[in-house]
Design a protein around this ligand. Structure first.
Ligand SMILES: [Zn+2]
Length: 583
C-alpha cells in the first residue's frame, strides 16, 4: 500500500543506534530469573527459511515457502526502477511459466514493461572554472531530461540575460555554439522554469546554465542528480543540455553580475557534463488461465497485487529497537504521526521491550525494507491462487487474469499503465480483486482508525473490505455469501471504507485504477500495523494460516464471479477515469 503522508526523518535518538556486539546477548540460554524457560513469542518464526516445494492446494506452508523467497534480504526491497524489482518479478514469472499460465504481457511474454526512466548525471561529469572544480550536486545541479553530453573546453561563454525576461535575451544567432548563462531575479523560483532550455530561442546554444544552484533546497538536490520518471505521456522536448550553477561560479565566469549586459563574454569552462536517460526496470507480470465456457472465456476476473516495495536505506537501525519503539509509539508504522517525544512511561516500556528482545536475539542492523506484508503477502497469495486454479481439473467458465503490478508504492504506476494499456479488452474485465497487505491483522495490531479517529485492532477472522459495494452491490453481497456458504469465518471490517475517511485507503492501492474505468473491485487487506513501511516488515512476523484463509476467500470469490451466468452488475455511478480518486 502506498504512503499517505510524505516520509519524515526519524528523530529517535540514541535508542536506535546499532548496539555494539559486546552488548548483544545470545538467545541460547534465555531464562527468566526464576529459572523457568522464557515462553517463545508467537511470532518467533525464523529469519531465514527454505521451505519444501509448493503444492496445488492453497496452504500456509506454500505461502511461507514463497514469501521467504520473495521478501528475502537479497531482493533488497524490490524498489521499482532497480534490478531488485526485476529480481522479484523474475521469481513470479518463473513460477507462472512453470504453472502453465498463458502469457498476457507484451509481445507474447509474461512482462508488460512500463515507460519508466532513470535520469542521472554521469559520475565522470566535471566542470572547472578558473582552476576551481565545481562540486557536482551542489555547485552544479544537472537538469537531466535526455541522453546528452556537452564538452565545455574551448566553448565561448556568454551572458544571455535574465531567465524571466525573454525580451532581453540574446538573439539565437548570438547564442549559437555558445554556453549561455541566465541569471534569475530573487523573486523567481527557477525550478518552475527548469525546462527553459527547450525554448526555441536556445536551440542553437551549446548549453544553458541557470544561476540558481544555491537556492535549490538541499533536500531537493538529490532528486535533480538522480530521479526515476514515469513518462506516462509523451514528454516535451528536452532542449539543449542545461544545469543550475551557483552565483559564485557565475562570478568566477563574469565578475560581478549586477550590471551585466546580455552578450557579455565570460571566461572559459573546462570539463564536460554527461547526462543519461536510461530505461529503468519496471514491469507488470501478466498471465491468464483461460475459462472453460467458449461463450464466456472472452471475459476476465482479474486478481492482483503489487510486486514492488520501497527498497533500502543507507542508514541502518537496530531492528529490535525500532520494532519496540514503533509498537509503543507508532502503532501504524509510517502511517502514524511521529511522536514529538516519548513519555516517561513509554520510555520505561521501551527499555523493557528492547531488553527482552535482545535477551532472545543479537542486536541486528537492518536497512532493507523487505515489504513482506506490503505486498509480499498479496503477491504470493495471487501466485498461490494461480497455482490452485492451474492445477484444478475443472476450470471456471470465465477466464482469470493475474496481474502483479509494478510501482504501486510510487503512486500506482503499474496499475495505471495496465488499465490505460490493458492487454485484454478493458471492457472484458468483469471485476478486479486486489490484495495488498494480507498477512497480519492480529489483535495486537493497530489495523487503522475509524472515521472518528478510534484505533481499530485485528483478531480471529479479521479482514478489511474496501470498495466492495462502491460500483456493484452484487459484488459486495456475493463476497459475504461466499464467506457464509464456505464457512470461512471472516469478520469483515468495513470501517476503512467510509466515505471521506481521512486515511484514504480506497485511493491507496491498485484496485482504484480499475475502479476509475467502472470495473467493480474489492480491496482485501488485513490492514495496518507497526511494521508498515518500516525495515521491520519481515516474513517472520506474518500469520501464514490467516493469510491462507484470505487466499482461499479470494479464490472462492473469483470462482463465484467467474461462474455467474451474468456479469456482476454495476449499479453505482462510475468515476471519471481521468479525475482524481475520492474516498
Ligand atoms: Zn506500501
Amino acid at each position: 500500500m502506498s504512503l499517505a503522508r510524505p516520509p519524515l526523518g526519524l528523530v529517535l535518538g540514541a535508542l536506535l543506534a546499532v548496539a555494539s556486539p559486546g552488548v548483544a546477548q545470545r538467545p541460547s540460554s534465555a531464562r527468566s530469573g526464576s529459572g523457568s524457560r522464557a515462553a517463545p513469542a508467537r511470532e518467533e518464526l525464523p529469519l531465514k527459511y527454505e521451505g519444501p516445494a509448493t503444492s496445488a492446494e492453497i496452504s500456509a506452508s506454500d505461502l511461507m515457502t514463497r514469501l521467504y523467497v520473495f521478501a528475502d534480504d537479497s531482493m533488497m526491497g524490490r524498489e521499482v526502477g532497480t534490478i531488485y524489482n526485476t529480481k522479484g518479478s523474475a521469481y513470479i514469472e518463473r513460477e507462472i511459466r512453470r504453472l502453465g499460465l498463458v502469457p498476457a504481457g507484451d509481445s507474447g511474454g509474461y512482462f508488460q514493461n512500463l515507460p519508466l526512466y532513470n535520469y542521472f548525471a554521469d559520475g565522470a561529469s566535471s566542470m572547472t572554472i578558473a582552476g576551481r572544480a565545481l562540486a557536482m550536486g551542489t555547485d552544479v545541479i544537472p537538469l537531466v531530461r535526455a541522453e546528452q553530453r556537452v564538452v565545455f573546453d574551448g566553448l565561448p561563454v556568454v551572458y544571455g540575460g535574465s531567465l524571466r525576461d525573454s525580451s532581453g535575451w540574446l538573439s539565437s544567432a548570438a547564442m549559437a555554439g555558445r554556453v549561455v548563462v541566465l541569471s534569475v531575479p530573487s523573486s523567481v523560483n527557477a525550478i518552475q522554469y527548469r525546462t527553459v532550455s527547450a525554448n526555441a530561442r536556445f536551440a542553437s546554444a551549446a548549453a544553458v546554465l541557470i544561476v540558481y544552484a544555491e537556492r535549490v533546497p538541499a533536500g531537493l538536490r538529490p532528486f535533480f542528480v538522480r530521479q526515476t520518471v514515469f513518462e506516462r505521456d509523451a514528454m516535451p522536448p528536452a532542449g539543449v543540455p542545461s544545469a543550475f550553477i551557483t552565483t559564485a561560479a557565475a562570478i568566477s565566469l563574469f565578475g560581478p553580475m549586477d550590471n551585466l549586459r546580455a552578450g557579455a563574454a565570460g571566461s572559459g569552462i573546462a570539463g564536460s557534463l554527461i547526462l543519461h536517460k536510461e530505461q529503468a526496470p519496471a514491469r507488470n507480470v501478466v498471465g491468464v488461465i483461460p475459462g472453460s465456457d467458449p461463450k464466456l472465456r472472452g471475459q476476465y476476473v482479474a486478481i492482483g497485487a503489487h510486486n514492488d516495495h520501497i527498497g533500502f536505506t543507507t542508514h541502518p537501525v537496530d531492528h529490535d529497537s525500532l520494532r519496540a519503539l514503533n509498537a509503543i509509539a507508532r502503532p501504524q508504522g509510517a502511517d502514524s504521526p511521529e511522536p514529538a517525544r516519548l513519555t516517561q512511561l513509554q520510555l520505561i516500556r521501551l527499555r523493557r521491550a528492547i531488553d527482552s528482545l535482545h535477551a532472545r536475539h543479537s542486536a541486528r542492523a537492518d536497512s532493507i525494507f523487505n515489504g513482506a506484508d506490503d505486498d509480499g503477502t498479496g503477491s504470493m497469495s495471487v501466485l498461490e491462487i494461480a497455482e490452485a486454479f492451474a492445477s484444478a481439473k475443472v476450470r471456471p467458465r470465465r477466464s482469470l487474469l493475474f496481474v502483479w503490478h509494478a510501482g504501486e508504492e510510487m503512486g500506482m504506476w503499474g496499475s495505471e499503465f495496465y488499465t490505460d494499456h490493458p492487454t485484454v479488452p478493458r471492457d472484458s474485465i468483469v471485476a478486479q480483486l486486489n490484495m495488498d497487505m494480507v498477512g497480519r491483522g492480529a489483535a495486537s495490531d493497530v489495523t487503522g482508525e475509524t472515521r472518528s479517529g478510534q484505533l481499530t485492532h485485528g483478531g480471529p477472522g479479521y479482514l478489511q473490505l474496501i470498495g466492495s459495494r462502491r460500483l456493484s452491490t452484487e459484488l459486495g453481497d456475493l463476497i459475504e455469501t461466499v464467506n457464509r456458504k464456505e464457512k470461512l469465518g471472516f469478520a469483515f471490517d468495513y470501517s476503512m471504507d467510509a466515505n471521506g475517511h481521512p486515511q484514504n485507503i480506497y485511493c491507496r492501492s491498485d484496485h482504484y485504477e480499475y475502479a476509475r474505468y467502472g470495473i467493480p473491485i474489492v480491496f482485501l487487506t488485513t490492514g495496518g500495523h507497526a511494521d508498515y513501511h518500516e525495515v521491520t516488515d519481515e516474513p517472520q512476523y506474518i500469520d501464514y494460516p490467516h493469510m491462507a484463509d484470505v487466499a482461499r476467500l479470494v479464490r472462492d470469490v473469483a470462482l463465484a464471479v467467474a461462474n455467474l451466468d451474468h456479469r456482476v452488475v454495476v449499479d453505482k455511478p462510475r468515476p471519471d477515469p481521468k479525475g482524481s480518486c475520492v474516498q
